[in-house]
Design a protein around this ligand. Sequence first.
Ligand code: ASP
Length: 450
Amino acid sequence: MENTKMSLTVKVLVGMALGIIVGLIINLGGLNAPGSFINDNIVNGLFHVVGKMFINALKMLVVPLVFFSLICGVCGIGDIKMLGRVGGKSFALYMMTTAIAIATAILIAASFGIGKGMEQTSDVVFAGKDSPPLTQVLIDIIPQNPFHAMANGDMLPLIFFSILLGISMLLVGRKAKGFVEGAEVANEIMMKMVTIVMSVAPYAVFALIAKSIAELGLDLLVSLTGYVLVLVGSLMIHLFVTLMIVLKVFSGLSPAVFLKKIRNAQIFAFSTASSNATIPVTMRTVTERMGVNNSVASFSVPFGATINMDGTAIMQGVATVFIANVYGVDLGITGYLTVILMSVLASIGTAGVPGVGLIMLSMVFTQVGLPIEGIGLILGVDRLMDMIRTAVNVSGDAVVSSIVAKSEGKMDLATYNDPDAGTVSTDGFHIDETVEKELADTVQQTHNQA
Ligand code: ASP
């Protein structure tokens, strides 16, 4: 049993490694030429279909999972005053870590002077998009129609509605007990569905990564070495140093245990390049692997996926320094402070989906007067950078969730310290024949009574 448990994480890692190797072979061997058999049938055929099906399966879980787990989270919190504290602490920590992330990134990038003396020309054109203004972000927190928010997967209005529903259930009191019990069962069912979807991850991760790497312009990675190295270096420093210090200082929890347990969520984030699509895995990881109580995780994880983007902020910092240097613009201290502020604010209103960092960047550039066309220079490597920064974004969400849970006494330390807790195992997929019969009888009886 132990072996089957272990093998899934190992299989996902193997899938990832094979994906990188196969992707590299296709890319470096020039097998991805448009019109070629491999390009049309394998990369854009098989890999594309398997990868997209998997991302759809993950996205399919997000809304019902967030909805039911938040209802249970609010009803199970035990002290409603804690809700405000959990919200306040999560928000403060998310903003703080994002600000630290971008400030360090700017310092590192500036001290390396990346982009100085580089050619300004790029044939790739980037059309900037506007991010919504903060006032609109605030207004949109309240959904006009909760079903519309659900259908669109809009996280903040969904969080708002689910919390309000949970509070209203508490206010209704005993009469709402049946509803609360129903939500609790629904939450458990959704968690089981997460496990089912995760169990096919090794193949899907392989397909997703092989496709991304096969399509990447690896020559671009070389011509942008300075930018890529400083960016990846800053992301790693944030993940392994800054976030781990924050975790240790604010919660006393072991960074080594954290880094080991967060791995699955990081791989999912890396392969999908979407914090939002990774919500089910992050939620499962922090609750079942790390012991964060659902009353904290049900809020902090989807909230973090939307407003917390440490990795994305780091990209903004490095890209700003890089492009300012390429264009010979001196932004000065005020310029860089504006960049920090804008990035932190922009992260609040933008969802964690692939490529959103570039849209935020165009907003930052408009503010500080850098040419939007400059973004075209880094466009070619952005997909790979997006994958890496999303893994950092998701790690930040889990760090904050753990700190908040620990500080509220909502963390099960035995689970955190148990290396095997919550590992994905297909053992739970066995359907008990007696239960199967009982449920069938129940359905039959209910049907006959009707
Ligand atoms: N893909 C990132 C995320 O989902 C956002 C970005 O940096 O583009 O968190």
